[in-house]
Design a protein around this ligand. Structure first.
Ligand code: AMP
Ligand code: GLY
Length: 417
């Protein structure tokens, strides 16, 4: 099969590496990809949001399957466009991807189906949102821009003043553009966070090993939220008991609720969860693989990813056997100095030789005049497989300094907690 992957980050590099292993894949292409992906796939110079161009390319070049990895083209309906042209696509249609594309929708959806989540109120009018914050008694409080905002549209506000400021930024100054026209104001949850990714074709759901992201920019969970600075899997927080509760109260009701509403989900669904003292609650849904969770979960997959992908698109997921390796995986992101605020691109990169149980995923890299240079906030994710998390962590940190570029920064505490 000729398979085209859409996207350009570390997640897409991990997806491409896994698809490349499959005997079902004769030719792998990626649009627009990055310098690492270019080593294993043919690069198609079309950006992820050039939906018409992607659709035309897939049709003209007899692509057998398009794997849509990022959030924006899913929310914008790329899968629907491809299917309308008779091209097979992996990922949810627009009417299911809305569980990530609109936080107001996802909160109301959870309420309708009795799925545990933080208490909330939704506002599309500034005055009433302001009045709500002025009357609020419990802080911190969480403000969320309704739409997609590059993973940055969530602000945890320690007190009333910072909440009012965040509201002004979102609704008046429009720092997240149209994404902030509607704002969800949420109760602050405490507990241990975890990510559960699952393959689903709407009939069957198969969870992957639970992982733990590290969203804050700096060690000790300090600083701004980022796309994710490192991850590991499996997370010990996800015990057998928590797993049972998550499946019963969250995973199954979500898939069922989506079906009942005519929004059957086919693809990878992401459950961002908090194990709180009052049980497991949903922090957010995503309609896709997470980044950097994918860089730890897919290396643990011991089955053919392409076989699973095909089974999902053909609604026969229950017919495939999905196996996972023993042990653990851990990844650390090597980021540009100013990430997530001010990213300077174009710095030359030097790389050493890594041992064989390490995988270097490129995230924001490109070739400029034949030289490898930085091209984004998250530049690499270095993953190790180990017998446990501590072992994998030791391996990554022993070799991460073999990556080198100006102002490179990484967290030193991934997986320590
Ligand atoms: P999101 O972009 O929805 O993943 O949110 C980013 C991060 O903000 C999450 O991973 C959590 O760490 C944090 N967060 C979001 N909502 C809440 C909440 N209601 N309570 C506590 N933390 C939250
Ligand atoms: N790692 C969080 C996300 O992919 O949204």
């Amino acid at each position: 099969m000729k398979v085209l992957v859409i996207g350009s980050g570390g997640r897409e590099h991990a997806i491409c590496r896994k698809l490349k292993e499959s005997p079902l894949v004769d030719k792998l292409l990626c649009a627009p990809g990055n310098a690492g992906i270019a080593e294993i796939a043919e690069i198609v110079p079309i950006k992820a949001m050039e939906l018409d161009k992607i659709t035309a390319y897939a049709k003209e070049n007899a692509i057998d399957l398009v794997f849509v990895a990022p959030d924006d083209p899913l929310a914008a309906g790329l899968v629907d466009m491809l299917e309308a042209e008779g091209v097979k696509a992996f990922g949810p249609r627009k009417n299911a991807a809305i569980i990530e594309g609109s936080k107001a929708f996802s909160k109301e959806f959870m309420k309708r189906h009795g799925i545990p989540t933080a208490g909330y109120a939704t506002f599309d009018e500034y005055g009433s949102a302001r009045a709500y914050i002025e009357k609020a008694e419990d802080f911190p409080i969480v403000l969320k821009a309704d739409g997609l905002a590059l993973g940055k549209g969530v602000i945890i506000c320690a007190d009333r003043d910072s909440a009012l400021k965040a509201l002004d930024d979102m609704m008046l100054s429009k720092v997240f553009g149209g994404a902030g026209s509607t704002v969800v104001i949420e109760e602050f949850l405490t507990g241990r966070e975890m990510t559960v990714l699952a393959f689903t074709d709407g009939k069957c759901v198969r969870c992957m090993p639970a992982s733990q992201d590290h969203k804050k920019a700096y060690d000790g969970d300090k600083g701004l939220n980022t796309g994710g600075m490192g991850a590991f899997a499996p997370t010990p927080v996800y015990t057998a008991e928590i797993e049972r509760e998550t499946l019963e109260n969250i995973v199954y009701p979500t898939i069922k609720g989506l079906n009942e509403e005519g929004r059957t989900f086919r693809g990878v669904i992401y459950f961002g969860l908090m194990a709180t003292p009052k049980g497991v609650k949903v922090i957010e849904y995503n309609a896709r693989f997470g980044d950097p969770e994918t860089q730890v979960v897919l290396p643990l997959l011991d089955s053919d990813l392409m076989e699973i992908v095909l089974a999902v698109t053909e609604e026969r997921l229950d017919s495939v056997d999905i196996r996972w390796k023993d042990g653990a995986a851990l990844t650390v992101v090597a980021a540009s100095g100013g990430y997530p605020e001010n990213v300077i691109k174009g710095y030359p990169i030097t790389l050493g030789e890594f041992s064989s149980d390490l995988i270097l995923y490129h995230a924001g890299t490109a070739y400029k005049d034949g030289a490898l240079v930085t091209n984004g906030g998250r530049v690499f994710a270095l993953t190790a497989l180990g017998k446990d998390i501590a072992d994998a962590r030791r391996k990554v940190y022993a070799e991460i300094d073999k990556i080198s570029f100006k102002d490179m920064r990484y967290r030193k505490d991934i997986g320590i907690k």
